[in-house]
Design a protein around this ligand. Structure first.
Ligand SMILES: Nc1ncnc2c1ncn2[C@@H]1O[C@H](COP(=O)(O)OP(=O)(O)OP(=O)(O)O)[C@@H](O)[C@H]1O
Ligand SMILES: [Mg+2]
Length: 585
């Protein structure tokens, strides 16, 4: 065990130190009492049976029952205490891991599949903690059992014992070959297990696409290939892990046969009592079981240590400080993008020097071709990703210097694809402000045009929305997200295609509701439909990662050969189709 792992277990076990110690100390009598039966055979045979001492003979079985009862009680308490400690440290570790997961950057989730995340954040914690404690208990019990049986062997004949122990030591040798090989295979097996989890998850989440495109056969084939790979891997693992056990068995049997032969000779030659010989053989046979178990334990402990290594990797990653009671910023001057560059990875530059100054209270519309980086610009403002170069500043302060909780508390966003948690409509809207009163909630529901819909539901706002909100339509999900943003009451509002899933009529009404929401706020409206941005104080056109045009709706339409105008056809037509909606004040 390296230093990092030692520190991990030390920190995890420290709060429960006494219980952990007691649980482990109890393994001593549990293991040591295994030798009681073998130890009593010699006095029983030599003293009682050979010398016809019936009273002593009657006491020996009673003593065996007594010791076995004590062992049973110790086993119970040792199992209970170790299960308690194992589960405690598992839950503590899971709490730390989930905090790391919640504060992971978007880039982490972009680059890691969900199966790996599930494996690391759920299974690994149990394997590392409960698994370690369980296997440590078995290991220690078997170790003390082996030691006590070796003492019985030595007591009855030290030189026969030396031969037997030498054979047992040789029997362990095959495990050396297996260990390293298994380490690699276990790693590959876990990756395949994670791929299977991702596959099943995608079958569930994407069930409509599967049905609509008749993908069942193709997916079954893919699954079959994955299973085939896992089957071959399992066989490889079985090939490597199956041979040490019979090899150990063979080596121990050769030792046992030799010892039996030698022991028989010693008894017949009068150099060893028959009681000693019987006790010796019994101890040797009993020794075989824990010794065999120790091999399996070492492998399982190794699995736990590997899982603990992976857990440590996550725990050692630098973490954003969790925000306690984040407060929105009082936006006074404005927001500035200074020569902002960004790429998602090497050779994937999306923004190439965006320069933009937004005054407090200004409404900015952002348009541009699909994929030109509009959402990316918003993600940078939220610090879902950090700029590759340049600065984004709020009131002259670099957003990287602002506590991230306060920054995000200052921005209410309606995403392009809004995520709803399983639970009720009420729960999902209140995420915007868990402390909102019932009347504030009602006002937000009305403002987001959800009121009529909610009234048609038998359980109203307490209706379940299903996993990811699947029980709602796209437009309803979008309005839930709008209500959530309204409740947040933040100084900066970001609408990234916030009304794209609404019909034209509903969009016009929601837009008026949004006009109310956005009054006196600093607003970014990302949209494809000109009607959504036409009311903005200023509209930016993004192209080639830069701001290519900037101005009001009418200014941009009037620009000869302008991108804004050309994006949507001839200026005259756009003006007719997309006249700014009157503002509601
Ligand atoms: N997480 C990501 N990892 C890698 N590349 C990404 C990621 N998200 C977006 N991109 C790429 O960055 C570019 C800009 O994406 P972005 O979502 O900002 O576009 P957009 O202007 O909002 O488009 P749309 O109008 O279709 O919403 C696209 O080429 C896209 O493929
Ligand atoms: Mg987008």
């Amino acid at each position: 065990m390296n230093r990092t792992l030692f520190q991990f277990f030390w920190r995890a076990l420290r709060p429960y130190g006494w219980f952990a110690l007691l649980g482990m100390l109890l393994t001593i009598p549990v293991g040591a009492l295994d030798a009681a039966i073998a130890a009593f055979l010699r006095p029983c045979i030599d003293g009682a049976i050979a010398r016809q001492n019936i009273a002593f003979a009657a006491n020996v079985p009673l003593l065996i029952v007594l010791f076995t009862s004590v062992q049973g009680v110790c086993i119970y308490f040792s199992s209970y205490l170790n299960a308690w400690v194992g589960n405690r440290i598992t839950f503590d570790t899971k709490k730390q891991l989930i905090r790391r997961l919640l504060f992971r950057s978007s880039a982490y989730f972009d680059g890691t599949d969900s199966g790996q995340v599930l494996l690391r954040f759920s299974t690994d914690a149990s394997t590392a903690c409960s698994g370690f404690i369980l296997n440590a208990r078995f290991f220690l019990t078997r170790l003390f059992s082996s030691l006590s049986l070796v003492i019985v062997l030595l007591y009855n004949s030290w030189w026969l014992a030396s031969i037997a122990v030498a054979f047992v030591a040789i029997a362990f040798y095959p495990l050396r070959f297996v260990r390293r090989k298994m380490k690699n295979l276990v790693g590959i097996n876990q990756t395949s297990g994670a791929a299977e989890t991702v596959f099943c998850n995608e079958c569930c989440v994407g069930n409509r696409t599967v049905a609509a495109y008749n993908l069942q056969g193709q997916l079954e084939k893919q699954h079959g290939e994955l299973m085939g790979k896992m089957f071959r891997l399992s066989l490889r693992m079985a090939r490597h892990s199956s041979w040490p056990s019979p090899a150990m068995h063979l080596i121990v049997s050769v030792g046992l046969a030799g010892v039996l032969g030698l022991g028989s000779y010693l008894v017949t030659a009068g150099l060893m009592s028959s009681g000693s010989f019987v006790a010796f053989v019994a101890a040797l046979l009993l020794l075989y079981t824990p010794i065999k178990g120790i091999g399996a334990n070492v492998a399982a402990l190794q699995g736990s240590l590997l899982a603990a290594e992976r857990v440590c990797e996550i725990l050692q990653c630098p973490q954003q400080q969790p925000a306690t009671d984040p407060q929105p910023l009082a936006l006074r001057k404005g927001i500035e993008f200074r020569d902002v560059h960004f790429s998602y990875g090497p050779d994937r530059a999306v923004l190439r020097g965006v320069a933009l100054s937004v005054a407090a209270g200004e409404k900015i519309g952002i348009v541009g071709h699909s994929g030109c980086g509009k959402s990316t610009l918003i993600h940078l403002l939220l610090r879902l990703y950090d700029v590759s170069a340049g600065t984004i500043a709020i009131d002259g302060r670099d957003i990287r210097q602002i506590p991230i909780g306060d920054l995000r508390q200052s921005i209410a966003i309606v995403f392009q694809d809004n995520f709803l948690f399983s639970g009720t409509l009420r729960g999902n809207i209140l995420l915007g402000n868990p402390r909102a009163s019932e009347s504030e909630l009602g006002a937000a529901v009305e403002a987001a045009l959800l009121g009529e819909f909610v009234q048609t539901l038998p359980n109203g706002l307490d209706t379940e929305v299903g996993e990811r909100g699947v029980l709602l339509s796209g437009g309803q999900r979008q309005r839930v997200a709008i209500a959530r943003a309204i409740l947040k009451n933040a100084p900066i509002i970001v609408l990234d295609e916030a009304t794209s899933a609404l019909d034209i009529q509903s969009e016009a009404i929601v837009r008026r509701a949004l006009d109310n929401l956005t009054r006196d706020r600093t607003v970014f409206i990302v949209a494809h439909r000109i009607s959504a941005v036409a009311n903005a104080d200023r509209i930016l056109v993004l192209r080639d990662g830069r701001v290519a045009e900037s101005g009001s709706h009418s200014e941009l339409l009037a620009t000869a050969n302008g991108i804004y105008a050309s994006l949507h056809g001839r200026p005259g037509e756009i003006g007719d189709q997309c006249a700014p909606t009157p503002r509601v004040h």
